[in-house]
Design a protein around this ligand. Sequence first.
Ligand code: F6R
Length: 262
Amino acid sequence: MEVIIRPDSDAAASLLVALIEQVVRQKPNATLGFATGHTMEMVYSKLAAKHANEGLDFSGCSTFNLDEYIGMSGKDPSSYRHYMNERLFSKIEIDLANTFLPNGVAEDIDAECERYERLIEERGGIDLQLLGIGSTGHIGFNEPLSALRSRTRAKALAPETREQNASMFGNDVDRVPKRAITMGVGTILDSRRCILLATGAAKAEIIASAVEGPVTSMISASALQLHTRCTVIVDEEAASALQNQDYYRWIFENEPEWQEFQ
Ligand code: F6R
């Protein structure tokens, strides 16, 4: 795992966008794993700008999102399908047939989860998986005690997560669905590269636990310590509870891979 500390959320999002650009330019048919949530909003607006102003071409890419609410069709403005279509897909000229999210209104949810796993496999696996982190330490919707080897499945949302996400439901926590389909922790760990982005002071404690604490199913993001190629990008605020900030900064300044991003 590597930790990169950027001065603010804009610089953190810009670095993530630069990494995505590098992957897409090197492999125009890359399979990208996407996350939703507030943290990613800036990333998607910057990616849309890269497409519009610099011609970054996503037409050969396939995409898989981490999760979708159960009971919510893609037409619902609070669905993650809607979020992705509005914020990114409609702006980057990608064929929607190559963009995948779990179907939250599938008749047979278990079969849908298996289908999703198969689809990821058929597209050759995920080259780059974007991740946010929830206040419970979840990645995707892998709430505390999610098995570290779990696969795509239905999962009940923790009460804290429903509160965290109420802002996307007119601040009415009762409107936040109680369950979602999510890629499992094991599914996420199968991605060839993972990048977790966290910004803002509210994420400081959970980032410190996930990065510097023990690997535990109580904090799904801590499982990323097991990944052979995982980068955590944080702004100063989200980094503020990390014990070893000087070490992370030293690595960033001295690893050749990061020279072009300084
Ligand atoms: C969303 C997802 C979640 C979010 C996390 C952070 O698809 O999988 O894990 O990334 O809840 O959300 P924000 O960015 O809203 O704090």
